[in-house]
Design a protein around this ligand. Structure first.
Ligand code: CTP
Ligand code: MG
Length: 389
């Protein structure tokens, strides 16, 4: 029995959100899809892989597939999952008699689950993994009104890989025609064609990453992040406003008739953020790492400091959960620059900009900031890393 695994990866991850397809989300320093592919690549029951990707991601997927031991090809997908799987099916070599279709979005599939599906295919021709429904299950109408209570003992929540003899799936696609596009799994196509499908025990750890919270669940399974360590750091900085200097805040040049005095660009926002990050990780502070007396740092862009702090955190196993900064400035008005500041700092840290928040406030004329003698910034940062490090 020659087994080919088809991995549909051509979705958009709309429910997950974010700036790119969820399959590129990072888990322990590797993209989610790399975990999925390696689970299939290292399983002795699988002979080859076909990854079905979105047109614009094919190059990246080819690079990921090139690291695998087994023959792996990458083909372009379609508008629906069913169409993507069909493209994979059509690309198979003649000798692949059994297919396992496995969601790219399930990176933590356990090897014994794959064994059970393959055994089920050998025995029955088509098998899928399912877990029992432990909640009471209701059938509802589109307004959310309950129509009936289902017999949960007969309900199975099904996962992938879904396995079957190749010719059965090909037949099911032929019979379904365009209706195949409605199917969210292979078993429903087989059912339509009257082909018997058997359920074998699935595994709740075989998480499908659909919503952002599912990524944390997958991380817990794959990295043992059951007890993640979470730490918070605080940073503060203030510099004097003087004439004849450019004003840099949060990595952004801001038009103003004064700038902040200092050795580097005197960007108090970036300095406070650096200190919050370093403080949370217990790695000292900005003055220690980039001493103001050191001529090497003279007139440096502070975002360069930030770009050095990021990898230091990574090396110690820390991931930045979020940063929140409050800038104290009587003038200029900073609200229009908040997004650009978050972007600039996110870029330096290689972080999603949504994880950085910037607020600005005046001091109502009180104190040195209120008298426009300087600008200050408070920042907090939250970091997390896998437990046991
Ligand atoms: N998939 C695919 N081609 C499509 C749609 C989905 O190959 N046209 C893949 C996805 O990449 C994913 C798997 O099918 O690995 C399961 O689908 P789902 O979890 O729904 O992923 P997405 O469709 O990407 O997510 P969403 O529905 O939230 O957009
Ligand atoms: Mg989808």
């Amino acid at each position: 029995m020659t087994v080919a695994a088809i991995v549909p990866a051509a979705g958009r991850g709309a429910r997950f959100g974010g700036s790119e397809n969820k399959i590129w989300s990072e888990i322990g320093g590797r993209p989610l899809i790399a975990w999925t592919l390696s689970a299939l690549d290292t399983h002795p029951g699988i002979d080859s892989l076909v990854v079905v990707g979105a047109e614009e991601e094919l190059d990246r997927l080819r690079q990921a597939a090139a690291t695998l031991e087994k023959p792996a090809r990458v083909v372009s997908g379609g508008a629906t999952r069913a169409e993507s799987v069909l493209r994979g099916l059509e690309s198979l070599d003649a000798e692949a008699q059994t297919v396992l279709v496995h969601d790219a979005a399930r990176p933590a599939v356990p090897p014994d689950l794959i064994d059970r599906v393959l055994a089920g295919v050998r025995r029955h021709g088509a098998a899928i993994p399912g877990t029992p429904c432990t909640d009471t299950a209701k059938l509802c109408d589109s307004q959310g009104r309950v129509e009936a209570t289902l017999d949960r003992s007969r309900i199975s929540l099904v996962q992938t890989p879904q396995g079957c003899l190749r010719d059965l799936l090909e037949r099911a696609y032929r019979l379904a025609g365009a209706a195949a596009n409605e199917a969210t799994d292979e078993a429903s196509l087989l059912e339509l064609a009257g082909i018997a499908v058997h359920v074998v025990p699935g595994d709740i750890t075989n998480t499908k990453v659909t919503l952002p919270a599912d990524l944390a669940a997958a991380r817990r399974v794959l990295l043992g992040e059951a007890i993640a360590e979470v730490r918070t750091g605080l940073g503060y900085d203030v510099h004097r406003l003087v004439t004849g200097r450019e004003l840099w805040l949060g990595g952004v040049r801001i038009e103003y008739d004064q700038g902040l005095e200092g050795h580097s660009d005197a960007d108090v926002v970036v300095h406070a953020v650096c200190d919050a990050l370093l403080g949370a990780a217990g790695l000292g502070d900005i003055g220690l790492l980039f001493p103001p007396g050191d001529p090497a740092h003279r007139n440096r862009r502070s975002t360069e400091f930030l770009a050095e702090v990021g990898p230091m955190l990574g090396a110690a196993g820390w991931r930045v959960t979020n940063i929140d900064a409050a800038v104290l400035a009587e003038a200029p008005r900073l609200a229009p620059h908040r997004t650009a500041m978050a972007q600039a700092m996110a870029e330096a840290l290689e972080l999603e900009p949504e994880r950085i928040s910037i607020k600005a406030t005046t001091s109502e004329g009180l104190g040195p900031v209120g008298r426009r003698e300087g600008i200050g910034c408070w920042a907090v940062a939250t970091l997390q890393r896998a437990g046991g490090q």
